[in-house]
Design a protein around this ligand. Structure first.
Ligand SMILES: *[C@@H]1O[C@H](CO)[C@@H](O)[C@H](O)[C@H]1NC(C)=O
Length: 218
């Protein structure tokens, strides 16, 4: 029996070798972890955020985000959703720049969400550039339930720069610089999840460490 599968594979390959070699091409994450293929594609229009209006999140809990067009994220949801593991979404997309727990830290020094929003507008937040790293998958089993969260892992020096501007304000107001690191930043776009999102407070780090599938903007 053991030799039958490779034999079938070879026969298939001789017929449809191009498709087969695309399928078996192995992709690796920036950390050298093999990724599941085939790649998923996303419209490069996901980067055109300039004409999207900045959305303030001032009511409790306040946070700062770069607003994105969910229309370009939806096809990824459809590509990874299945009846076996049905996924939920929020029907919107953004990149969180200052999380609610980080805001609480900044607020101790008297930094307000209005000041953060003003810096964001000044820095033209909606014109920020970001690079797509991969499609990430973070998993956690808790109380017998399987939490799975998919996200687009992104890298963005311009968003780090925006966080550094906020850090400068925090410092100028006497904030404890040990409690807010503008460069410790796991930028991502939440795509979908099985039960609920997972956060850093749960010990979940969303960066190249969770790369799961190649994601190519075209
Ligand atoms: C995912 O698939 C399930 C089952 O087909 C469906 O009920 C659900 O609405 C889908 N989720 C999304 C976000 O489209």
């Amino acid at each position: 029996m053991k030799f039958i599968l490779p034999l079938v594979g070879t026969l298939l390959c001789s017929m449809t070798c191009t498709a087969s070699s695309i399928f078996t091409k192995t992709y690796k994450s920036p950390l050298g972890v093999p990724l599941e293929g085939p790649p998923i594609y996303i419209s490069k229009k996901i980067h055109d955020t300039k004409s999207i209006e900045f959305v303030e999140h001032s009511s409790y809990p306040p946070w700062l985000g770069l607003e994105l067009d969910y229309a370009y994220v939806k096809p990824i949801v459809d590509a990874i959703n299945s009846t076996e593991t049905p996924l939920l979404t929020r029907g919107e997309s953004h990149i969180t720049i200052v999380t609610p727990p980080e805001f609480d830290t900044l607020a101790v020094a008297g930094v307000t969400i209005e000041e953060i929003n003003a810096i964001a507008r000044e820095q033209r937040i909606q014109e920020s550039k970001f690079d797509i790293v991969c499609l990430g998958k973070a998993e956690l089993v808790q109380d017998g339930k399987n939490y799975i969260v998919y996200q687009i892992i992104v890298e963005s020096p311009s968003l780090v720069k925006l966080r550094e501007k906020i850090f400068t304000l925090y410092y100028s107001k006497g904030g404890n610089t040990a409690l807010f690191d503008p460069r410790t930043f796991w930028s991502h776009i939440t795509v979908a999840y099985t039960i609920s999102d997972l956060f850093v407070d749960q010990g979940i780090y969303k960066s190249a460490n969770v790369c799961h599938r190649p994601l190519i903007a075209h």
